[in-house]
Design a protein around this ligand. Structure first.
Ligand code: PLP
Length: 386
């Protein structure tokens, strides 16, 4: 009998890898090689080969991956960078941290991806980069973004913090040649046991520049040619990620199956379930439903032992930090602002059981029966902005 459903279960995954993981971590400890060295090399090569990129550069986090990419492209004060306003804070924060200004754009309500028409509207003569986000693990259609970038002479940095192992139009995310930034935060589809990230690219010169910024701007010991930072990926995390990488496709397949089961179980409940693209195009890092009764539903599920979350409760332009910096006010990006009040992320992780999915779906059904089925009016407003 299910009575609790966690949002993620990192312990379950560790248990499934326990022997190999313990042996590998012990090997790193015995080697006392904690920074750089063979563990990092091995992971960078394996990850580059996995995504089909020329190079992978390990970084200390997904945030530093974006910051280092911006620095390697020479972005700084006076430059504008277009970012979607429905994303994790770090997408914009990285831009601010290099001294540039994020320009927020709205998203598409079906895909949750950046809306190019909105990006066109916010573009300025100082715009140098666009950072599209493969949000929730759904690979973006890059064609319109590449056209837009070409037309306005913008570089592209892909934020693939949530999009490990997905592909679109036969191209795996990370292999496009643009800087593509991954996060290996523990709860991600490929997660470290601490902070970690990576940038992939096909440009060896840019990768070299990025490595320079990653390591105090230092091409050799105590020689510093530019002001960089410490943005390195440590050996323990690299070793952990090397153990996990061969399991990623299998984990992504499980998540996709869970998404299909959720969608089936939630049919007719009144919640809007996400579109389910083919296996491979979406890794369901997050399974995000929509309902105008979001807050009531969340409270109901939490009371039934089901953990839920919201990604994200405040569009980036409306966060206190960016309001203080003069970002556009309420009403500027209606789709994202509306989504922020309706979206709810259900428990999702590879080890989630069929019973846990069915329990969650049954409690959502029960909610609408107990509290009253979502009114026709409610349903119409939820779909009106799709
Ligand atoms: C979309 C997005 N961008 C950037 C990041 C930043 O990654 P990290 O937490 O590894 O710095 C995250 C992580 O949560 C993310 O989800």
């Amino acid at each position: 009998m299910v009575s609790k459903v966690p949002f993620v279960d990192l312990k379950a995954q560790y248990q499934s890898l326990r022997n190999e993981m313990n042996a590998t971590v012990l090997e790193v400890l015995e080697s006392a090689q904690f920074v750089g060295g063979p563990w990092l090399d091995r992971f960078e090569k394996a990850f580059a080969s996995y995504v089909g990129a020329g190079q992978a550069v390990g970084t200390s986090s997904g945030t530093s991956a974006i910051e280092l990419s911006l620095k390697a492209l020479g972005i700084g004060p006076g430059d504008d960078v277009i970012v979607p306003t429905n994303s994790f804070f770090a997408t914009a924060e990285a831009v601010s941290n290099v001294g540039a200004t994020p320009l927020f754009a709205d998203v598409n309500a079906d895909t949750f991806h950046i809306d190019i028409a909105s990006a066109e509207k916010v573009l300025t003569s100082r715009s140098r980069v666009i950072i599209p986000v493969h949000l929730y693990g759904w690979a973006l259609d890059m064609a319109p973004i590449e056209q837009f970038a070409k037309k306005h002479n913008l570089a592209i940095i892909e934020d693939a913090a949530q999009a490990h192992g997905v592909e679109r139009n036969g191209r795996r995310v990370g292999s496009s040649g643009h800087f593509t930034c991954f996060s290996f935060y523990p709860g991600k589809n490929l997660g470290a046991y601490g902070e970690a990230g990576a940038v992939t690219t096909n440009d060896a010169k840019l990768a070299e520049r990025l490595c320079l910024y990653r390591d105090h701007g230092s091409p050799s010991k105590y020689r510093h040619t530019v002001v960089g930072t410490n943005g390195r990926l440590d050996s323990l995390q690299a070793a952990v990620l090397s153990v996990k990488l061969p399991h990623l496709d299998h984990w992504n397949r499980s998540r996709h199956q869970h998404a299909e089961r959720y969608a089936h179980g939630l049919k007719g409940t009144g919640v809007l379930t996400p579109l389910i693209p083919s296996l491979g195009e979406h890794n369901f890092h997050l399974f995000v439903i929509r309902t105008p009764r979001r807050d009531q539903l969340r409270d109901y599920l939490v009371a039934q032992g089901i953990s839920c979350s919201i990604h994200y409760p405040t569009p980036l332009h409306l966060t206190e930090a960016y309001q203080a910096l003069g970002a556009p006010r309420v009403g500027s990006f209606p789709v994202s602002e509306r989504l922020a009040t309706e979206i709810l992320s259900l428990p999702m992780f590879p080890e989630l059981s069929v019973e846990q999915i069915d329990y969650t779906a049954s409690k959502i059904t029960e909610f609408f029966e107990v509290v009253g089925r979502a009114s026709t009016e409610g349903k119409e407003t939820a779909t009106a902005i799709r």
